[in-house]
Design a protein around this ligand. Structure first.
Ligand code: SAH
Length: 350
C-alpha cells in the first residue's frame, strides 16, 4: 500500500480523481496532513465517513515507529526509526540558534562506498520513497512538538541516486499549503553525481546544494571516494559551474579533515586553487571516527593551520560545530550498530 505522504499536492489531486473524488478533497487532506499535523484519517472531520473509510483502505498513514532515541547534552537527538517493512533508518535533529534542522535519510544503506563513512558499511537495500522521507520530518515534529525549520538531505544514502523521490520529498515539504519549509532552508548533499547536479540545476528551485568533496586532488579523492573514478574533479567542477550559473546560488563544499590524508597545508592550497572562480565556500568537518575504518581526526592545531591558509587565500571557510559528540554521532553509526552484525557478516561472504 502506498503511503499518503508519498504524494505532492498535485499528485494527490490526480490520485483522488482516479478514486472518483473531488479535487478539493485532496487539498483538504493535504492540509490536514501538513497544516494541522493530523496523522489519522478518522480525525479529518470535514470528510465524510465514506471517504475516510476509502482513504483508510487505500493509503498508509501515521508516524514511523521510534525504536531508539539518543539525546545529546547539546540537545541533538538521534532517532532510530523503523519503516513499515521493518527497515531501520537514522534521523538526526539538531538545535541551532536559527532553528531546528533535521538530517534526513534518503536510502536504506548506501552504495557509494566512501571509505571513511559508517553508512557505507551497509550496502543499499533499497531507495526510500518520498513519503518515508516526509514521514521522518512528521515523526520528529510530532515527537518533539516543535516545528522543523530546516532540512538537510545528508543522512544515510546518496540523494542523487534516488533523484525523483528526493525531488518529490522536497516539493512536498516546501509546498506553501503544507509544511512550508522554505527552499532556502533545504539542502541536498551529494558525493558528486555530475549528471544529476546538472539536472538539479534545471529544477528552478531555490534550494541549496552541498558537495562532499573531502579531497583537494584526484589522487586523494580516488582513494577516499570511488565515485571520483566515474566523475573526476574536473568534470565535477564543470557541472558545478553550470549549476552556479543556472541558479545563481552559492554552493558549499564539505571537507572532512582526516589526519595525515588530506589535511596538509599544501592540500589547503590545492583546494583553494580548485575553488578559485566558483561561488562556493568550504565547511571543514571534524571527522567522526568510525572504528572499522582506521582514519583519525586531524589535531586541533592543524585544523587551524588549514583554515588559516584558506582564509589567507581568500576562500570563505567555516568550521562545522560538532553536534552530538557524546552519542553515536557519525552518520549511520547507530544503525550500523543495530543491524550491523548480521549484515556485515553477509558482506564478508560476498
Ligand atoms: N551521500 C551524500 C549524503 C550523505 S553523507 C553525500 O555524500 O554528501 C553526509 C555527509 O557526511 C557527507 O559529507 C559525508 O562525507 C559525511 N560523513 C560521512 N561519514 C562521516 C564521518 N565519519 N565523520 C564526518 N562526516 C562524515
Amino acid at each position: 500500500m502506498k503511503s499518503i505522504y508519498d504524494y505532492t499536492q498535485e499528485q494527490l489531486i490526480n490520485e483522488f480523481l482516479l478514486l472518483d473524488e473531488k479535487k478539493f478533497r485532496a487539498t483538504q487532506v493535504f492540509e490536514w496532513l501538513y497544516r494541522k499535523n493530523i496523522q489519522n484519517f478518522n480525525e479529518m472531520s470535514n470528510l465524510s465517513l465514506d471517504l475516510r473509510q476509502k482513504l483508510i483502505s487505500h493509503f498508509e498513514i501515521g508516524p514511523l515507529k521510534i525504536i531508539e532515541k539518543q539525546i545529546s547534552k547539546d540537545g541533538t537527538i538521534k532517532y532510530l526509526l523503523a519503516l513499515s517493512d521493518g527497515g531501520l533508518i537514522e534521523t538526526v535533529l539538531m538545535i541551532h540558534e536559527y532553528g531546528r534542522s533535521l538530517c534526513v535519510t534518503s536510502q536504506l544503506g548506501c552504495n557509494m562506498g566512501c571509505l571513511f563513512c559508517a553508512s557505507g558499511l551497509l550496502k543499499k537495500q533499497r531507495d526510500l520513497s518520498a513519503g518515508e522521507m516526509v514521514n521522518q520530518v512528521l515523526t520528529v515534529m510530532n515527537d518533539t512538538g516543535e516545528r522543523i525549520s530546516h532540512v538537510v538531505v545528508m543522512g544515510t544514502g546518496e540523494p542523487f541516486d534516488n533523484y525523483d523521490q528526493v525531488m518529490n520529498f522536497i516539493h512536498i515539504i516546501n509546498h506553501a499549503k503544507g509544511l512550508a519549509i522554505g527552499a532556502r532552508h533545504l539542502t541536498i548533499s551529494t558525493c558528486g553525481l555530475c549528471d544529476k547536479i546538472e539536472k538539479y540545476a534545471n529544477e528552478g528551485i531555490q534550494t541549496n546544494l552541498a558537495i562532499s568533496l573531502h579531497a583537494p586532488n584526484d589522487e586523494i579523492r580516488d582513494q577516499l571516494m570511488p565515485i571520483n573514478k566515474r566523475f573526476p574533479m574536473d568534470d565535477l567542477r564543470k557541472s558545478l559551474q553550470y549549476y552556479i550559473e543556472k541558479t545563481n546560488r552559492r554552493i558549499t563544499f564539505e571537507y572532512i579533515l582526516l589526519k595525515g590524508v588530506n589535511d596538509h597545508i599544501i592540500h589547503a592550497r590545492q583546494l583553494a586553487h580548485y575553488m578559485r572562480g566558483l561561488n562556493a565556500y568550504v565547511n571543514l568537518i571534524p571527522y567522526n571516527a568510525v572504528d572499522e575504518h582506521g582514519y583519525q581526526q586531524t589535531d586541533y592545531k592543524d585544523v587551524e593551520i588549514f583554515k588559516d591558509e584558506l582564509l589567507r587565500l581568500k576562500i570563505n571557510v567555516t568550521l562545522r560545530k560538532e553536534h552530538g559528540r557524546d552519542i553515536d554521532g557519525a552518520c549511520g553509526q547507530l544503525r550500523a550498530k543495530k543491524v550491523g552484525e548480521s549484515v556485515r557478516g553477509n558482506h564478508s561472504n560476498e
